[in-house]
Design a binder for this molecule. Sequence first.
Ligand SMILES: C[S@@+](CC[C@H](N)C(=O)[O-])C[C@H]1O[C@@H](n2cnc3c(N)ncnc32)[C@H](O)[C@@H]1O
Length: 484
Amino acid sequence: MPYVPPHLRAQPGHEGRDTQAPSKSLADLASGPLKHTHKKPPPNRPPPGPGEYRRNRHSDSSGGKQRASAPKAFGTLSGRRCLAPSEDIEGGTRVDAEGMVYDLDGTAVYFCDRFRRYRFDSGAGGLSLLRALCSRLRTMLELNGAMFDPDEEAAKKQKEHGYELYEEKPTLRSNSKRVGADGESHTVGTWSNEEYGLVGFQWMYLRFKSYQRFSETWALLERCALAGLFNDFLSAAAASAKTGGDRLTLRFVSLGGGPGFELLAVEFFMRYWAEVGENGTDEEKAAWLCASSFEGDRAADAPYALELVSLDLQPSWATYVKSLGAQYDFAQWDVHGSGAAPILGERGVDPNVTTVCMLSNILCYCSDEQTAELFSGLLSVEGGVSAIVVNERGAEQPIVPRLQKRGVHVRKLLDQASAGRDDRQMIFLPATSAPAGEGSVSLEAPIFPNQPYEERKSMNKTTDGFENLRLKSEDDGWQVVGSK
Ligand SMILES: C[S@@+](CC[C@H](N)C(=O)[O-])C[C@H]1O[C@@H](n2cnc3c(N)ncnc32)[C@H](O)[C@@H]1O
C-alpha cells in the first residue's frame, strides 16, 4: 500500500481517503507535521489486545501495576503547540538547518522532539556544546545523504519509508522475535535490525535522536562525576603522567551504541571535567565551554587516552561512529550471545585500562535474566568493567531487581522521593566495590537543565496549584488546557 504520512491519515475525514492523495513534501516530513496528531492510532488499527504492548505504559516483570511513562510522570507539563517547519523562536537564530537548536542572545534554545514542541533552555556553555554537536552531525548527515538511491524518486521513497518506521514503530507493535547469537529467541524492541539498517530510517534517527541523547548523556555524566565515578581514574592518570609512568586509558563502551551520540557527549565531557568542570566556578565553566570548539582531535594532549567504542547489532552504524574521530571505534555485537570479550577489546583485563560500559536506550532490547548475568559478570573481578552507566527512558527498569539479586550495587542518580521510582539514570557498580555514596545527585547549575525531564517532580501539588490546572493527557506529555 502506498505510504501516506500519519498526519494526513489522522486528519478528520481522512478515513477511507484515497491513499494516492498527494503526500506532504519532504521538507514537511523533515520537520514533521504542523498538527501534532501522529500519536493517535491510525484508522483501521485495532486497539492492543491483552498482553500486547501498550504505548508509554510500563509494568515491571513481576506484573506490578502499570504506571505512566517517564515524560508523563516527571515532565512535559508545559506542553506547547509544535512549531511549523518554517517557524522560528522569536529573536532566535537557527544553529542547524532544521531549527532544532537556536542561538538566542548567546544562550541556547533547543528541542529534542521532532515536532519542536518541548523547548529546553541552556546557557552559553550549552550553546557551545550544541554547536559542536551540530558540526559533527552535519558530517554524519552528509555520509547518510551519499547512501541514498541516486534516483530522486527512489530516494524520496526511502525517506518516506524511514519516516513511517520512525513514526509508527510497526515492529514494536507486532511484538516480533529474533534469534540471537546465542540461538535463543528474543523479543525485538522498538525497531528491528533491518529497520535500523535502512538509510531512510537512519536519516530520521540521526536528525532527531542526536539532541536528546547528547544532552541527556551530558547530564548523566555530570551526575556520575559528582558521585565521584571518575575520581580514582583521573587522579591515577594525572599521577602517572607526572611521574612519567604508563599512559592510562579510559575506555567507554556503549552497548547497543548505535551511531554514538552518547559517546560524543563522553568525549566532550571528559575534556571539560578534567580541565574545568570539577573545580571551576560557573563563570569559568561557561567561559571554558565557549572557548572550546571541540574541533580536531585533542587526544594527544590529554594526560590519558580515551577510547570510545560502540558495539551494536546493526553493522551499518560503523560509518557514522568512525566519522566522529580517531578515538572512536565500532564492532558488530549481539548482546544476546556475542559475549564479553569485545567489551574489553584485544588487551583483555589490563591494569592500565579502566573500562566503563554505557547503556543508552537499549534496555528494551535486553532486560532478561541472561543479560543480567552478562552485566553482573562484566562487573565481577574477572569481568574487568569498573561501572555501567545508564540512561534510559522508562521510569522502572526490570533489570534493576535482577542485578540487585546478583549483588550488583545500583545507584539511582535521579530524585526518587518526590514522584516515586525513577530508574532513568543510574550507575551499576561491582558488588565488591565500595558503593560510590548513596542517593540521588542533584545538579545545582546543570549545563543542560531539566535533562532528563524532571519539571513535574518539582511541582508541589498543594502550593504550586498543580491540582488547579486542567491537564489533557497526551501520549508523550501533558497539555495545560486551562485552570479548574
Ligand atoms: C534505541 S537504539 C539506541 C542507540 C544508542 N545507544 C542511542 O542511545 O542513540 C537501540 C540500539 O540497540 C541496537 N540493538 C538492538 N538489539 C541489539 C542486540 N541484540 N545487541 C546489540 N545491539 C542491539 C540497535 O541496533 C540500536 O542501535
